[in-house]
Design a protein around this ligand. Sequence first.
Ligand code: DON
Length: 304
Amino acid sequence: MIDFQHILTSINEAASNEKDKGKIADYIPELAKVNVDNFGIHLIDIQQHNFSAGKSDEQFSIQSISKVLSLSMALGLIGEKVWKRVDVEPSGDPFNHLSLLELENGIPRNPLINPGAIVIADILVSQLKNPKEDFLNYVRNIANDDTIDYDIDVAQSEKRTGFRNFAAANLLKSYGNLKNDVDVVLDFYFHQCSLAMNCVQLTNTFFMFMNNGKCRRNNTFLTVSQVKRINAIMLTCGFYDEAGEFAFEVGLPGKSGVGGGIVAFLPNKFCVSTWSPGLNPKGNSKLGMLALEKLTTETELSIF
Ligand code: DON
């Protein structure tokens, strides 16, 4: 029997002793207010035993991690038609790059880079009556937690400075791959990215990707085939131009966000979230990646 608690405690200790904690994202000014010394980790196993260390109950901005949840909702609503508007190949490019979008005629490489997530946001805006409210309820329902909410200050902050996302949305529009108004779609997208969660809430939400589409209460949100597709995209695209490095070091499907969160899981075994707001040059949490490398090395548990 693996002593997860012992491993998480030692990971937390190693993180607090680490001198170089990475650099906080400041292109969204509101995110720059967070203290770089924060570190939290939470793990839930398939039997729903919970293990924590550090600041696992302090909330942070989940940012790009939300792209997995919007993709799930869109797949549930329109099924395989999603893939007509967004591809499923790793980009090898940073999350906010636009060059491939032009080269490939407005079809984003995958739903986890910004242009791809903006297309998914467009699908949700078309499909939902009250997009922001309905998406929030979807996430709350998966997590079984009505306290989860948007951080309006973060959403407004990104709206004021998200020039590259405006550029991406306009480029998509010029290719006919954005049906709604740029402002309406980006308002939804910035709110989606502003979702605040702590490591426990994030782990509870992503339990279903580890558990064949069933949440902690055993309600089905995705078919087994849909989970296969989403998990494959997390493995190949979840860390942008560092997806190869994450698979190499950690060996789990997962997703990162510029708020410093990472969630990763071993199907049918465990789901784990880390939070450390300092990022490496590729925009992924520096200590979060180190922590997960240590976890899969010490437990000898990875998909490989
Ligand atoms: O659109 C953006 O730039 C942010 N709202 C999300 C980017 C992000 O989290 C990239 N992840 N590492």
